[in-house]
Design a binder for this molecule. Sequence first.
Ligand code: TMP
Ligand code: MG
Length: 214
Amino acid sequence: MPEVTKRGAFVVIEGLDRSGKSTQCTLLLEQLRSAGVDVKLLKVPDRTTTIGKVIDSYLRKESELDDRAIHLLFSANRWEVASSIESSLRAGTLILCDRYAFSGLAFSSAQGLPYTWCRAPDAGLPAPDITLLLDVSPEAQAKRGGFGAERYEQTELQERVRAAFERVGDEMGGGGRWVVVDADAEQEAVARELWRHVEPLAQGTDEPLRRLWD
Ligand code: TMP
Ligand code: MG
């Protein structure tokens, strides 16, 4: 009899800047670990790779790049980790990822690049089993101590990114793979809501691993 083993689930947390993503990823990581789950936390962009350093310098406004060039670098930065995501999932590890291709799509299309052009370079990446979008209102975003000095950290652009995320969500459809979470709520309430969605996947999944944008 062939042995039936589940693969690890692929969980992505998305959202605007100041949506509480990184805090919630840390809380979720702790909760998964204390439930005995083998979990790895990733973050894109990963600013430590050669490509990531170019992205970091661009975000910190230390260099200029064409909009399309930076979009492709963000995508390449995901391709750099694609095979390690896949092998971890197959080894039964849950992958928790702070941002993914949906940020690329939302931020670049909000900047005026054509939507279908933005989707293309990420086609074929491992697809998350669930994406949790932390939806923060402009009012709550403004209350959270303001933005830093990085590129894209400005109210008007963030509003366009929020609308772009809405389009991404509409195109991802229902089926529980794309979940919008009210990130204006208290930190603990947001954490509880995330856990409610992630707990059923914590022990792995029998679903075949899909690819973007299938
Ligand atoms: P971070 O603040 O999560 O490190 O993300 C850096 C910024 O880059 C953030 O404003 C979102 C943006 N971004 C893109 O424009 N395209 C992408 O593909 C990703 C992953 C992030
Ligand atoms: Mg940021």
